[in-house]
Design a protein around this ligand. Structure first.
Ligand code: FNR
Length: 182
C-alpha cells in the first residue's frame, strides 16, 4: 500500500487547545501507511495583497506543506458561529494566487470540537462552504463533537463513547484519500 501523507491543520492558536488534543487523538485512528504533520498557522502574517511581492518564509513553508500533502484534515473550534480568524487567514494564503491554490482537488475532511452542545457545527458548515469554493474534495457526512472530559482518554486516545463513530469517519476519509491518490 503506498504511503499517504496527511496534513492536520488545527484551527486554534491556544496553547492548551482542545482541538489540538482531539486532532492528535484522531491521528491515532489512522492506519500505519499514513504519516502525519501539523502545519503551523499562528505565525502567518495577516493576509494582504501588499505582502504578495515577497511572501514571508512562514507563508511559503505553510503553502509548501499543504501542497505536498496527499490529504488535509481540518480540526477546528468555532468562534462566533464561524471558523477562527487564524484558520481563515491560513486558508486565504493557500488560496492565492488562484493558479497556485493549494486546496484545489485536495481531499479534505472537517471536524472540530467545542464545549458547546452544537460541537462547532456552524464553524464546520461554514468551512465546508469555503473549501468547496476552493475546489477541495470535501468528505461528506458530519463530525460535530461536543467536548466532554471522556472524549479523550488519559493516554490521548479517543474515548470509548465516541470511538466507533470517529473510527468510521476516519476510515471513510482514508478511503477517499487512497482513491484520489490512485
Ligand atoms: C468561542 N467559543 C465558542 N464555542 C462555540 O461552541 N460556539 C461559538 O460560536 C463560540 N464562539 C467563541 C468565540 C470566541 C472569540 C472564543 C474565544 C471562544 C468557545 C470555544 O469553543 C472554546 O474556547 C474552545 O475551547 C476553543 O477551542 P480550542 O481553541 O481550545 O481548540
Amino acid at each position: 500500500m503506498s504511503k499517504i501523507h496527511l496534513a492536520i491543520v488545527v484551527g486554534s492558536n491556544n496553547r492548551e487547545s482542545i482541538n489540538r488534543q482531539y486532532a492528535q487523538a484522531l491521528a491515532k485512528l489512522l492506519p500505519a501507511h499514513f504519516s502525519v504533520s501539523y502545519p503551523q498557522i499562528d505565525d502567518l502574517p495577516m493576509y494582504s495583497l501588499d505582502l504578495e511581492g515577497e511572501r514571508a518564509a512562514s507563508v511559503n513553508r505553510f503553502t509548501s506543506e499543504i501542497g505536498a500533502a496527499d490529504a488535509v484534515l481540518i480540526v477546528t473550534p468555532e468562534h462566533n458561529r464561524s471558523l477562527p480568524a487564524v484558520l481563515k487567514n491560513a486558508i486565504d494564503w493557500g488560496s492565492k494566487p488562484m493558479e497556485k491554490n493549494v486546496w484545489f482537488n485536495k481531499p479534505v475532511a472537517i471536524t472540530g470540537t467545542s464545549p458547546g452542545a452544537m460541537g462547532a457545527a456552524l464553524a464546520q458548515q461554514h468551512l465546508r462552504q469555503i473549501m468547496g469554493i476552493l475546489g477541495s474534495v470535501v468528505l461528506g457526512g458530519e463530525a460535530y463533537i461536543q467536548f466532554k472530559p471522556d472524549l479523550i482518554t488519559s493516554e490521548g486516545q479517543i474515548g470509548p463513547n465516541s470511538r466507533d463513530f470517529l473510527q468510521a469517519y476516519m476510515d471513510r476519509f482514508v478511503s477517499l484519500a487512497e482513491t484520489l491518490k490512485g
